[in-house]
Write a protein that binds this ligand. Structure first.
Ligand SMILES: C[S@@+](CC[C@H](N)C(=O)[O-])C[C@H]1O[C@@H](n2cnc3c(N)ncnc32)[C@H](O)[C@@H]1O
Length: 327
């Protein structure tokens, strides 16, 4: 399927839902499709208190888990929600981080952003902001967020690798992700796998759980694990039994820094520049290049982007290549 066609179709589908104000399946499915918004959300692990705590219209029943409940959010933290829809998870997160904290929701559908902003106004949330943008190109500064959440969105992205690398980029060292999403348990029937409607319904864009976890690790996350998994219903009858909902977590290592920390400084070099502990995101002097990849002690590193300068054991400055985000 063509990437632009997917984005256009998905945006139109969720714009329609934002205008309609419900996840109601109709002739075309959406994520979370299968019933009333509140009952979908209860099935996804939200309590009646949580559902009742947000402004009416914020819970569209589009999720497939409850990442906020599992993210151990603390007062004062900065949280980002990838694909924030009408703001449901953002408002729950806003209560958890309190007035000293901040929540940013990013969504590529203007109608959803408008709806979420209206809901924020209705609920008087002073610590929530909604930004129009793609999760593959987040409108957020590097190393500025404590926790990234997402609920049933990354399966809709045609470039999941980029989404994970963006989440990694904006997290502070030591920051974490908590992501609920749809994954495949077995291959989809061909007719479903090639259907735009099934893509927008959070089915055809889903990938295998193992691949999902691998992409998170390749983006740099450590301690990647499945925190919760459950059955997930879909309006695409032929896909029943091929999908499930998982909530996964991962941590950005606290030693992680951007490549600028590796620029020559007077005297010493930061541990992330090859002198400290081995990390998959750091190319060390003993690593070798093989067919455009870098073989490191931690395994092959597929993407090499940024030129960095490191000091070798004899104290000489050398040019090396580090992993950076696509620019
Ligand atoms: C299934 S809904 C989930 C909404 C919300 N997370 C919830 O649980 O209510 C998917 C949302 O992600 C947005 N979305 C899909 N692909 C996106 C992308 N590549 N970048 C930004 N937003 C995206 C859609 O506009 C839609 O609002």
């Amino acid at each position: 399927m063509d990437e632009n066609a997917i984005r256009k179709y998905v945006r139109e589908r969720y714009a329609g839902i934002a205008r309609q104000g419900t996840s109601c399946c109709g002739p075309e499915a959406s994520c979370g499709c299968g019933g009333e918004s509140a009952s979908n959300s209860r099935n996804n692990g939200y309590s009646s208190e949580e559902i009742g705590a947000v402004p009416p219209g914020a819970d569209l029943g589009l999720g497939c888990g409850n990442p906020v409940a599992l993210a151990s959010l603390r007062e004062g933290e900065v949280v980002l929600d990838l694909g924030s829809g009408a703001g449901f998870d953002c408002f729950l997160a806003a209560s958890a981080v309190g007035p000293e904290g901040k929540v940013i929701g990013v969504d590529m559908t203007p109608d959803m952003i408008e709806k979420a902003r209206g809901n924020a106004e209705k609920g008087g949330y002073g610590n929530v902001e909604f930004r129009l943008g793609e999760i593959e190109n987040l409108p957020v500064a590097d190393h500025s967020v404590d926790a990234v959440l997402s609920n049933c969105v990354i399966n809709l992205s045609p470039d999941k690798e980029k989404v994970f690398s963006e989440a990694y980029r904006i997290l502070k060292p030591g920051g974490r992700v908590m992501i609920s999403d749809i994954v495949l348990t077995r291959d989809l029937p061909e007719a479903i796998a090639g259907s735009l409607a099934a893509y927008a319904g959070c089915v055809a864009g889903a990938i295998r759980k193992e691949e999902y976890l691998r992409l998170m690790e390749e983006a740099g996350f450590r301690d990647v694990r499945v925190v919760r998994e459950s059955r997930h219903d879909t309006a695409e009858a032929e896909a029943a039994g091929c999908i499930m909902s998982v909530t996964t977590s991962g941590v950005k290592p606290s030693s992680a820094r951007s490549s600028e920390c590796c620029a020559p400084k007077s005297g010493n070099v930061s541990p992330c520049c090859g002198g400290g502990s081995t990390s998959k995101g750091v190319i060390r002097n003993e690593d070798s290049f093989v067919d455009g990849q870098v073989e490191t002690a931690a395994g092959p590193v597929p993407r090499v982007h940024s030129r960095i300068t490191v000091r070798d054991l004899l104290g000489r400055w050398k040019v090396r290549w580090g992993i950076g985000r696509d620019s």
